[in-house]
Design a protein. Structure first.
Length: 175
């Protein structure tokens, strides 16, 4: 009886602590697509190191996540390769942009003499880290050329059913 009470008290004490910790639970495929396409659009339209004025005929997107893209301030997660379904979903979600979306294995595949092939840019995405089921953090970065790159960690909130960028956190970098 005593052992049961002790275990019950310990379980109750642990509950509030676990409720306060960030959750890195895997998002649904739909959330993943919605979050990543929002970050890519932010980088494409505003955070391209040229105040959104840079013409970008090609978006090369790295398939594997890399939290250092935005100098992510929380503990980095392991790099993962985005699934084909997620890649296709993101490509479809970005189909209204006047840029071709091409998925690549690594940035160095498309860099020649410090410039991105075809006048394009390389976008690198980090892992999605949830604070709760309505708020997430995603590192994102862009490489235009040597000394023309940048990154930050985006804060997204689910407003209604739409993942929306509401700010940034941590260190932002530009070269």
């Amino acid at each position: 009886m005593r052992k049961t009470i002790v275990l019950l008290v310990l379980a109750l004490l642990a509950l509030p602590l676990s409720a306060c910790l960030p959750s890195n639970a895997a998002p649904t495929e739909q959330d993943t697509i919605a979050i990543y396409q929002a970050v890519i659009r932010q980088i494409y339209h505003f955070d391209d190191t040229s105040d959104g004025t840079l013409e970008k005929p090609v978006l090369y997107i790295v398939r594997a996540t890399d939290d250092s893209a935005g100098l992510y301030s929380r503990q980095p997660l392991n790099s993962i390769v985005l699934s084909e379904a997620v890649q296709q979903g993101i490509t479809k979600a970005l189909s209204d942009l006047p840029a071709e979306v091409i998925w690549i294995e690594a940035r160095n595949q498309v860099i020649e003499e410090g410039l991105v092939r075809g006048g394009g840019v390389v976008i690198t995405l980090g892992n999605i880290a949830y604070e709760n089921n309505q708020k997430a953090f995603v590192p994102g970065g862009i490489y235009v050329a040597n000394m023309a790159s940048g990154g930050k960690t985006y804060i997204l909130e689910k407003i209604g059913n739409v993942w929306t960028i509401t700010g940034t956190t941590g260190t932002e970098w530009i070269s």
